[in-house]
Ligand binder design. Sequence first.
Ligand SMILES: [Zn+2]
Length: 135
Amino acid sequence: MIDDRDPCPCGGATYGSCCAPFHRGRASPATAELLMRSRYSAFALGDAAYLRTTWHPSTRPSPLDLDPRIEWRRLVVMDSVGGGADDDTGEVEFRAYWRAVPVPGRARDGGVLHERSRFRRDRGSWLYLEGTSLS
Ligand SMILES: [Zn+2]
């Protein structure tokens, strides 16, 4: 469980002032980068419902299964193109650092997901379309 006063998984100051309003449906991310950050936080918190809601219907996997053995540790946004208030498309490149839940007797696995994601605005809301893996 995360408290609103805890640091936001995406790197924001506090969860309550960063991604929580998006996850609770009280606000909609104004930019593609904010949506991307809120989706990273949703992965970190295991919020599959939010990930489904913010995934473009044309590319949304069904079912959407999160791997509980993966811990998302840190997000670094490398680049952001478009995705602003006056755009209908946007791209965000990021690195997401993960590690596997420890397994007794085995070396702990971990790595970096380096992806360039594409987003589209649909009826006012930013949605994740697809990503290209760069790692
Ligand atoms: Zn956040």
